[in-house]
Write a new protein. Structure first.
Length: 416
């Protein structure tokens, strides 16, 4: 292939040149069947039909092993008062034939949000042949998780499921399709929650920068972009990489400074980092100025540059930025009440809080207001035959700034 010389200066990259189809059983997706790691979903053995009271302000002890919307409302002080701004809207992209089910959402709301109309639903937008067929055999655990924890937490905020087609295409192409589709909208959703990704090793730096630039353009229009950080600690998301990698493997788009990366926690007393929460430092994107004091403090206090010399890029963009619960998450799939884990839960949980007061590009605001977070100081994210990074006082590359206090967030934003 060749490009005419008079066009070269106008082209940033050509993608894809050759693409080998990837079936839906091995997609470049951090969470669904990501590189051999499926979300753990099974019938909950703890389900006795009773749930913590919605918005009671009391953290029920059952929340340590069974996380529901009521648990999250109490833990992070999220109000169940419906949003009042008519412009609020959440967009939830769905890739690799993950389909969100309205019947499952209704069952979820009836059980876990009895204060809401159980018939509350979501709207649908499609691109590149996307669809959203309904029925128990069509239910996608990822799509249902994303929809149930946006509709079910962002009370009164309209949610749109954005279904991208292409059962046989490369994951990066799907990302480009989605961001271009949203960018072309006159009034895009104020918050995008996306639970997909891959590693920086699986995407060219030029393409990663092209996608990140598109995210930058969306944030300039007031859109908040929320992504889970990944579920393989410091080893990225490549099957078998946990014991074979010699350098830590950052995930994408976690390294893009224009998205907010959300890591995972578990437990309530205390809340600690999950050992699968991906985090680290980008090899593609440099460290933004708003993050530098926090990263410097972490590196100086822990000495990890010496401990893991040559294993990570200390001058790269650090991630995640924040974290929320990511284990023992209760959902409904195909009519069954099940339990699931992964930072694909953390993303929509945090996105739901941000959608209640639309805030636009988040990261400078978050780092300027570390007091709005509950600092997580216990846990680590092993991989590459190491113990990975430790959660410590202040920002760290496993839980970020910590878990959010919604009331404090509103106060810092001048909304409370």
């Amino acid at each position: 292939y060749s490009v005419p010389l008079d066009l070269v200066e106008h082209i940033s990259l050509v993608h894809p040149i050759v693409t080998f189809g990837i079936d839906s059983g091995s997609n470049l997706n951090l969470d669904v069947t990501a590189h051999g790691r499926s979300l753990r979903a099974q019938r909950s053995t703890r389900d006795n039909g009773t749930e913590p009271e919605v918005n009671s302000g009391v953290i029920d002890e059952s929340c340590a092993t069974k996380v529901t919307p009521a648990c999250l409302q109490a833990l992070y002080r999220i109000s169940n008062t419906p949003a009042t701004q008519s412009s609020n809207r959440i967009g939830v992209p769905g890739l690799i034939q993950q389909w969100a089910q309205k019947a499952d959402l209704n069952a979820f709301l009836e059980r876990y949000r009895p204060d809401m109309d159980p018939n509350t639903t979501f709207s649908l937008e499609t691109l590149t042949g996307g669809e959203d067929p309904q029925g128990p055999d069509k239910a996608g655990s990822e799509a249902n998780l994303d929809i149930q924890y946006t509709v079910g937490l962002a009370t009164g905020v309209p949610t749109t499921f954005i279904s991208a087609g292409c059962a046989l295409c490369d994951g990066a192409h799907g990302f480009l399709d989605v961001v271009e589709f949203i960018s072309n909208q006159t009034n895009p959703p104020q918050v995008i929650s996306m639970s997909y990704g891959f590693t920086e090793e699986e995407i060219s730096p030029d393409l990663a920068k092209r996608i990140c630039d598109a995210y930058m353009a969306l944030t300039a229009r007031g859109v908040s972009l929320i992504f889970g950080s990944g579920d393989a600690g410091v080893s990225g998301a490549i099957p078998g990489n946990e014991t074979t990698c010699t350098s830590f493997v950052p995930t994408f788009p976690g390294g893009c400074p224009y998205i907010t990366s959300v890591g995972g926690t578990q437990g309530i007393s205390p809340e600690v980092a999950t050992n699968f929460s991906s985090g680290g430092f980008s090899n593609v994107f440099s460290q933004p100025s708003f993050q530098q004091p926090f990263v410097s403090a972490y590196l100086e206090s822990t000495g990890v540059e010496d401990t893991y010399a040559g294993r990570f890029n200390a001058s790269g963009r650090g991630f995640p930025d924040v974290s929320t619960q990511a284990n023992h998450i209760q959902i409904v799939v195909g009519g069954n009440f099940t339990e699931i884990w992964g930072t694909s839960a953390s993303g929509p949980i945090f996105a739901s809080m941000i959608a209640l007061p639309p805030l636009g590009y988040l990261n400078p605001f978050l780092y300027a207001n570390p007091q709005i977070f509950n600092d997580i100081t216990s846990g680590n994210n092993p991989g590459c035959n190491t113990e990975g990074f430790n959660a410590t006082k202040g920002w760290d590359p496993i839980t970020g700034l910590g878990t959010p206090n919604f009331e404090a967030l509103l106060l810092a934003a001048g909304i409370a």
